[in-house]
Design a protein around this ligand. Structure first.
Ligand code: 8YV
Length: 323
């Protein structure tokens, strides 16, 4: 029987590409340039399965396209807001994601951003590298402490819990959170966490606010001017979730006005475009969407997406089906 045809839209680690080659009639993207809407349309006309990444917009138009051959979209990533899931359901296209394997890395990066922003790591590095460091002095680049402070989590799913563990057990932080799906009493106690009834209640008491919710129509611009106004003076926002969750214009205004004192951001509203207002600010740490960017995890994400494709084409239920 002919192998199913699968298009992998971007270069993924070699080990995963090798495995895909063995299982499928696979089209790889050796040049690693984005396919764009036209390339994705061609891929979905020609292939039985698509393995896209966060920047590939799998739109309703593509999913409803006459002549579409693709029956499964196995996203490379836990977040799948790049895919119109409703349109996938309507058109009978299966969608899967890659949870679990990137939880710990993303939590590590959230802590990296928290420490780097609070302790002025980017600013210090820029000063030193540009030859502006004039030597040690007691009042040089004074920062704000991290350990023992209050961390507010918006969302307490897999990644939120991994962040809470690190912050509570490693940094002695008090953890408060809001999530429509609360933790069990036992989990709450193990994380030293406390649930708050509203996002505002979390914002009002937190020294650091870290976002760990999915990007959905409900969470679009969840952090906006009125929510920034609820945050404590001197507090810091961390975003390793999705750019859409934050109104970037309102964030810039809040930083400018000193409503909050800093931000550590791994994701942006219009990636890879980052507003010049942010790149020119010293009190923000900006990373190019590196949450899951370790070799081990990127291999594991490839394997997990391939597991989903293999199950689907083998006639069994893919483990990570989201539509
Ligand atoms: C990926 C991510 O880098 O999993 C996610 O949701 O944001 C990152 O792990 C990205 O999705 C690649 O497609």
């Amino acid at each position: 029987m002919a192998k199913p045809k699968v298009v992998i839209t971007r270069k993924i680690p070699a080990e995963a590409e090798e495995r895909a080659r063995g299982l499928f009639d696979v089209e790889l993207n050796a040049s690693d340039t984005p396919l764009g809407a036209t390339g994705l349309a061609r891929a979905m006309r020609e292939a039985d399965g698509l393995l896209p990444c966060v920047a590939d917009k799998v739109t309703a138009e593509l999913l409803a396209m006459p002549g579409r051959r693709t029956k499964i979209v196995a996203n490379y990533g836990v977040g799948y807001n790049n895919i119109d899931v409703e349109a996938a359901k309507e058109n009978g296209v299966v969608v899967t994601n890659t949870p679990d394997v990137l939880t710990e890395d993303t939590a590590d990066l959230a802590l990296t951003l928290m420490l780097a922003t609070a302790r002025r790591v980017g600013e210090g590095e820029r000063e030193l590298r540009s030859g502006r460091w004039t030597g040690w002095r007691p009042t040089h680049m004074l920062a704000t402490q991290v350990h023992g402070k209050t961390l507010g989590l918006i969302g307490i799913g897999r990644i939120g819990r991994a962040v809470a563990r690190r912050a509570h057990l490693g940094f002695g932080m008090r953890i408060i959170y809001h999530d429509p799906y609360p933790l069990s009493e036992a989990e709450t106690a193990a994380l030293g966490a406390e649930r708050k009834e509203s996002i505002e209640a979390v914002l009002r008491e937190s020294d650091f606010v870290s976002l760990h919710c999915p990007a959905t129509p409900e969470t679009k611009h969840l952090m906006n001017a009125s929510r920034f106004a609820q945050m404590r003076k001197g507090s810091i926002l961390i975003n390793t979730a999705r750019g859409d969750v934050v109104n970037e214009g309102d964030l810039i205004a809040a930083l400018r006005a000193g409503t909050i004192s800093g931000a550590g951001l791994d994701v942006f509203e219009k990636e890879p475009t980052v507003p010049a207002e942010l790149t020119s600010m010293e009190n923000v740490v900006l990373l190019p969407h590196l949450g899951s960017a370790t070799l081990e995890t990127r291999v594991a994400m490839g394997m997990r997406a391939i597991d989903n494709l293999e199950a689907f084409f083998g006639g069994t239920a893919p483990r990570d089906r989201v539509a």
